[in-house]
Design a protein around this ligand. Structure first.
Ligand code: UD1
Length: 418
């Protein structure tokens, strides 16, 4: 198991190019199951979750050859149709193969994801939607087993909550269903739009992705295509927050700034100096950073995936702040660890009360989930002294070698095997 040793009071200079989005890459890779033809994905990030999805698809017989940041996928020889607990427990996004498998092969057996560090995370919305398309489900020995009699048939599906994963699963399933499907109250995240864009390039007929009503006209089969994965707005947001925390001149490049509107608005209200360019964002020092109230919500609202990083920033600005977490019920695992580093954060139900003006001081901490881990890295680079972050495998699921990406721009971050 690896740990990170971080020297505090870090410098930060230059710029960072943001790679492809993990949350786009995973459903796009799963979409390869829908076609017998090649799907070539470019700008693939080099992350543990992507490796896990590649292994999962390969276990199903999908050819998945990777060279640098390009992956060639071909699912014409899919064999085995069981996703075991060992795979699904490592990555909840494994559930994204459910819709494609049912649509293309008429059956799927996937271990239930079960609980995870950031809450219960059930899959009822996925199942309800796929049922509406004609699939039947049973739960047996911890597996969800789905079957389709002849073919999925389009329907109107109203989601009880705009779940990102459920929207993606239903969208992928509907692409090969007979007739028209309408997803109402769909998730609007840019990753959904990216998935629909790629599916349309493959020959699907999808309209309305990025709005809360998506219409899909089923097609018989899909074609060969090549698609460049959208850049990772959460990684971009993390680096922007790092620059604001260190109060340095810094540039985050190869991004779509529009996808970061909610973060930029909040940071500007806090007093940050931010300039928006076409495909980059420039941060420069500010003397007047102050606290604010934030509520996480589905896109275009403030992303839950930037909540932990924002909390690290709120701890060191003037005045108090609050964050209300509305997406996940247990996403404050980073709070005790940030407090160990010198923050003063109290939680009452789904609201975190953050006292400002604190100074981080290095300590030993434990990473609990992906975004929690990176909030500790941000606190560590700002801290006085040395911070040791244990259990960093969570971080590697979503950040490409942070000791290099961030480390090359000033912060001293060392990885140690223990
Ligand atoms: C995706 C992202 C994750 C992000 C989250 C919210 C990927 C691979 N992951 O996760 O980084 O934090 O969106 O933006 O894209 N829910 C149910 N029943 C369901 C499905 C979801 O109750 O069937 C609940 C979840 O428990 C959670 C909320 O809905 O409380 C949001 O989940 P969802 O939007 O589905 O997130 P994911 O797709 O898992």
């Amino acid at each position: 198991m690896d740990r990170l040793i971080i020297s505090g009071n870090a410098k930060l200079y230059g710029s960072i190019n943001v790679k492809g989005s993990k949350n786009s890459a995973l459903p796009l890779m799963a979409a390869s199951l829908l076609s017998n033809k090649d799907l070539i994905l470019q700008n693939l990030p080099n992350l543990e979750d992507v490796n896990n999805m590649q292994r999962l698809l390969q276990a199903y017989g999908v050819i998945a050859d990777r060279e640098d940041s390009t992956i060639h996928l071909n699912a014409k020889k899919v064999i085995n149709r069981i996703a075991d607990y060992d795979v699904v427990r490592k990555m909840r996004a494994s559930i994204l193969i459910l819709g494609p498998l049912l649509s293309k092969f008429g059956e799927a057996k996937i271990s239930l994801p079960g609980g995870c560090a950031i809450g219960n995370r059930p899959i009822d919305i996925h199942i309800q939607g796929l049922r509406k398309l004609g699939a039947t489900f049973e739960i047996e020995n911890g597996f969800v087993i789905g079957r389709v009699k002849d073919s999925l048939v389009g329907n109107n599906i109203k989601l009880s909550f705009p779940s990102v994963g459920a929207t993606e699963n239903i969208l992928m399933a509907a692409v090969l269903a007979i007739g028209k499907t309408v997803i109402i109250n769909a998730a609007k995240e840019p990753e959904i739009t990216d998935l629909a864009k790629c599916l349309n390039l493959m020959g699907a007929k999808i309209n309305g992705a990025g709005t809360d009503i998506i219409e899909i006209e089923g097609v018989e089969s899909l074609n060969k295509t090549s698609h460049k994965i959208l850049s990772d707005r959460i990684v971009a947001g993390t680096f922007i927050i790092a620059a604001v925390m260190l109060n340095k001149n810094f540039k985050v490049c190869e991004i779509n700034p529009k996808h970061l509107d909610s973060l930029i608005n909040i940071l500007k209200k806090m007093g940050a100096n931010i300039k928006i360019k076409n495909t980059s964002i420039e941060i420069s020092p500010s003397k007047n950073l102050k606290g604010i109230l934030v509520k996480t919500s589905p896109y275009p609202g403030f992303p839950t995936d930037l909540q932990a990083q924002m909390m690290a920033l709120m701890s060191i600005v003037k005045g108090n702040s609050q964050i209300k977490e509305t997406i996940f019920e247990n996403r404050f695992m980073h709070v005790p660890e940030l407090n160990r580093l010198g923050a003063n954060i109290k939680i009452i139900k789904d609201v975190a009360y953050i006292q400002g003006n604190r100074k981080f001081v290095g300590a030993q901490v434990m990473a609990s989930d992906l975004r929690a881990s990176v909030s500790l890295v941000l606190a560590g680079i700002c801290a006085k002294g040395k911070t040791v972050i244990n259990r960093v495998y969570h971080l590697d699921r979503g950040y490409e070698k942070i000791e290099k990406t961030l480390g090359n721009q000033g912060p001293k971050i060392k990885r140690e095997k223990i």
